[in-house]
Design a protein around this ligand. Structure first.
Ligand code: BG6
Length: 478
């Protein structure tokens, strides 16, 4: 369904995120017929360039990140005709009157702040003082949204001075992933799962986001963040919320976000013994974490595993185990809901230990598996085995084009539609930092050192030990 005509300004329009994600995503939406012709996409950045120079840069970005062979030259030509450029000084006066001229009052206006958070205030102020934004304009901000509670509160206050909360779209790109949204459909559109979705039937839940890549060229940013700030405070927290939250009364922005907020506020503080931090070592042709960053003594974690308790009526006694890391064995993100044993085994002790596990694979090979116990075929008596009831979305739906829709393109179109459901509200972000801060401060105060782990592994041995201590096992990473 096409959206209404819009003028989208991308501050940081020459930056990496714009070239890699935002512009290719907009091209794909244009090709799908969702972007009406009169719309404008306006790159705004410091570099001196004219419209044509920027259009060349956009073409090069499409070539690089979509691939020349996958592009339709006619569609590219039409798409770049929507593109404009303004050389702008975020903290000065240059460029703002040119930008104002490009934005039409009868169009939806949206402003993507793909810049350092230190510039958010200056941009917001100038959009207002130059009369460019109005009450219907939307602004989009990226993570990192602060690095602790105090800085997140300061950012929220800065934005709130110029824009209403209903105009602010805080992106967590995990919420734009197809399978992540599917979690809500799975839970709230099926009658099968919800009656079992509580501590009476669920033993524990594992959320794993493993990556093969190291911190590579992002060492400068990453070393100041670590896995806790970079992944847990936002992406894993959002996954946990969608799994743990109560059913919202409607699929509407504040109804969903209210329920997520309640989950975050129900999280217990996490004691040091329930956390394992790791840092990848090097191998013959793989640089170690300490080689990838500037500080040879860095104590920042590139891996974290932790046990989290959601202290509410539904989940008390059912731990959530979170695990994420760089330079691991495979790129694999999944959520596993491990159900409890049957209350009584009529088959006797020789039939073994069996459990239902519902696994939701977020990437790659998106789909779901329900491990089910059946009788092993044959005349050898009642021997039980576990088999998967397996569904991949690609098999079930065929090569559905929208399965490949990138998270960013979905989220940008939601901004234009004015739908905030998949964006984080200010209070949600603050609550997540309020839970994260004491954990990180504890490491600093104690001077905790991360454990070393081999690149291409499942993380440090200590993470396995943490699970074994509780008579549980991490699932394999494939
Ligand atoms: C980003 C993190 O937010 O998410 C990166 O900053 C991480 O460190 C990335 O690699 C993972 O996203 P995805 O979509 O590749 O799982």
């Amino acid at each position: 369904i096409p959206v209404d005509p819009f003028d989208l300004t991308i501050f940081g329009g020459t930056g990496d995120l714009s070239r890699r994600k935002i512009l290719p995503g907009l091209y794909r939406r244009f090709r799908a017929g969702q972007i009406p012709e009169g719309s404008r996409i306006i790159g705004a950045a410091r570099s001196e360039m004219d419209h044509d120079g920027y259009r060349d840069m956009v073409r090069a970005a499409l070539d690089e990140f979509i691939g020349t062979d996958a592009l339709d030259p006619d569609v590219v030509a039409e798409f770049v005709s929507l593109i404009h450029y303004v050389a702008i000084d975020a903290t000065g006066e240059k460029g703002w009157s040119e930008l104002k001229e490009l934005i039409r009052s009868d169009h939806i206006s949206a402003f993507y702040f793909s810049v350092a958070p230190s510039l958010f205030g200056a941009l917001a102020e100038r959009l207002q003082s130059n009369g460019i934004a109005d009450k219907t304009s939307r602004i989009v901000v990226e993570k990192p949204f602060g690095r602790d509670l105090a800085s997140a509160q300061a950012l929220n206050a800065t934005l709130a001075a110029y824009f209403d909360e209903t105009q602010i779209y805080r992106i967590d790109h995990y919420l734009g992933k197809e399978t992540v949204q599917n979690l809500m459909a799975l839970r709230f559109a099926n009658v099968l799962f919800e009656p079992l979705w509580n501590s009476q039937y669920v033993d524990h839940i594992q959320i794993t986001v493993a990556e093969i890549v190291g911190v590579g060229g992002r060492g400068g940013y990453y070393d100041k963040s670590g896995a806790m700030r970079d992944m847990v405070q936002n992406h894993l927290m959002q996954l946990l919320c969608l799994i743990a939250m109560e059913p919202p009364s409607r699929f509407e922005p504040d109804a969903v976000r209210d329920e997520k907020l309640k989950v975050i506020r129900a999280l217990d503080p996490v004691p040091a013994e329930d956390i394992v931090r790791g840092q990848y070592a090097g191998a013959e042709d793989v640089a170690s974490y300490l080689d990838d960053v500037e500080d040879p003594e860095s104590l920042t974690e590139s891996f974290i595993a932790m046990k989290v308790n959601v202290s509410n009526w539904r989940w008390a006694g059912t731990p959530f185990y979170l695990r994420t890391g760089k330079r691991m064995k495979a790129r694999s993100s999944e959520i596993a809901v491990v159900f409890k044993d049957a209350p009584h085994s009529i088959f006797g002790s020789r039939s073994g230990h069996h459990r239902n596990i519902l696994t939701i694979r977020l990437q790659p090979n998106e789909g779901m598996t329900l491990t089910t116990t059946i009788k092993e075929p044959g005349p050898g008596g009642m021997r039980l085995i576990d088999v998967p009831l397996d569904m991949t979305f690609a098999d079930a739906l065929g090569q559905h084009e929208d399965l490949a829709t990138d998270a960013y393109e979905r989220l940008v179109m939601d901004v234009i539609r004015g739908n905030q459901t998949l964006f984080m509200r200010g209070d949600e972000v603050e609550a997540a930092w309020a839970w994260t801060d004491p954990i990180i401060n504890g490491w600093k105060e104690r001077g905790d050192r991360p454990c070393s782990y081999e690149p291409g592994s499942t993380g440090p041995e200590e993470a396995q030990i943490m699970m074994h201590r509780e008579d549980r096992r991490w699932r394999g990473i494939q």
